[in-house]
Ligand binder design. Structure first.
Ligand SMILES: Nc1ncnc2c1ncn2[C@@H]1O[C@H](COP(=O)(O)OP(=O)(O)OP(=O)(O)O)[C@@H](O)[C@H]1O
Length: 305
């Protein structure tokens, strides 16, 4: 099993009599950004730690770049980048020293200054890691994880604690690597992040992959439809086009239509409004379900099963 850079079959990790990972299956294709989503304690970090070889497994098969991560091979390790969940403690070393130290481990590393620039720490290059903010240290973690110019990158909540601008810069880095065909597994609780970056996402709950697919496939699984919303054109005119007829939304007084054919609905609304002397449908909004809507629906489905 080595067609894909990441293949996991029936992975189990047991602590005492508790299965933190409980038969996890996961495949990530070459060059893909795969978002690993799931509630706290679902088993994401445990699974990632097994995939990068820092935790042993109880059973199951894992192949990362064709190798079993349980067998520590130096050449393999150089091709696997890891940004762990917890920020590392680099004591009194400067940013430049930390990055140079890690790049020196690898056969084909980034140039330290280029890497420092990529994570936006050039101005802090000579500062001690211990004097930096939490967000700046997180960027240093990212630089360390990428030092070896990896083919596969595991990012465990890489943007936790970053300000909005730094988050966007971290996203640009993920895209930078994607353009270079790096396969990336991104564990995150920020669903906008998964939405912005991921080709596919998997939702883990209770140690098992519950749903997996492109974001639009997940949306379909959750049974979500697009909402077309507008202001009522005339409160005394109850008739919407026949096939659009729905009650006005009680809460806001607006018209809200759930549909999987938003283009048709908007066309119908537009001609209906025009017949009533409106060139524009007042207050028109077309709202696609977000990954957050989908995630919450899928996770609550899991809980009721
Ligand atoms: N060393 C350990 N010993 C015992 N139980 C553990 C150990 N490490 C993790 N667990 C348990 O395994 C489960 C999965 O933990 P894990 O950290 O993998 O979850 P997660 O999905 O990454 O959660 P989060 O989103 O909160 O980071 C949790 O119930 C956790 O308490």
């Amino acid at each position: 099993m080595s067609e894909n850079p990441i293949e996991v079959k029936q992975l189990v990790k047991t602590y005492g009599d508790f299965n933190a990972v409980d038969g996890l299956d996961m495949v990530v294709h070459r060059g893909e950004v795969f978002a690993l989503l799931g509630p706290n304690g679902a088993g994401k970090t445990t699974a990632v730690e097994i995939m990068v070889g820092t935790r042993t497994r109880t059973s199951g098969e894992v192949s990362i770049l064709g190798e079993d991560p349980g067998k520590d091979r130096r050449a393999w390790r150089a091709r696997v980048g890891v940004v762990p969940q917890n920020t590392a403690d680099f004591a009194e070393l400067t940013v430049r020293e930390v990055v140079s130290h890690f790049t020196a481990f690898y056969p084909n590393p980034f140039d330290p200054d280029e890497l420092i620039e990529m994570v936006g720490l050039t101005a802090k290059s000579r500062s001690r890691a211990s004097s930096m903010s939490g967000g700046q240290r997180r960027r240093l973690d990212v630089a360390v994880g990428m030092a070896g110019r990896p083919d596969v990158l595991f990012l465990d909540e890489p943007t936790t604690g970053l300000d909005p601008e730094a988050r966007r810069q971290a996203w640009d880095l993920v895209r930078f690597f994607k353009e270079r065909n790096v396969t990336t597994v991104l564990t995150t609780h920020y669903l906008d992040e998964a939405e912005a970056l991921a080709d596919r996402a998997g939702i883990i709950a209770r140690g098992r992959m519950r749903q997996v697919g492109t974001l639009s496939e997940l949306t379909t699984l959750a049974g979500h439809t697009t909402q077309v919303i507008c202001d009522p054109i005339d409160k005394d005119e109850p008739r919407l086009p026949k096939e659009l007829a729905v009650p006005f939304n009680d809460h806001t007084g607006r018209v809200s239509l759930a549909t999987d054919q938003p283009t048709r609905v908007v066309q119908e609304l537009a001609s209906w409004a025009k017949e009533r002397g409106h060139d524009e449908v007042p207050g028109l909004i077309v709202k696609r379900p977000t990954l957050e809507d989908t995630y919450l629906a899928l996770v609550s489905l899991e809980k009721t099963e």
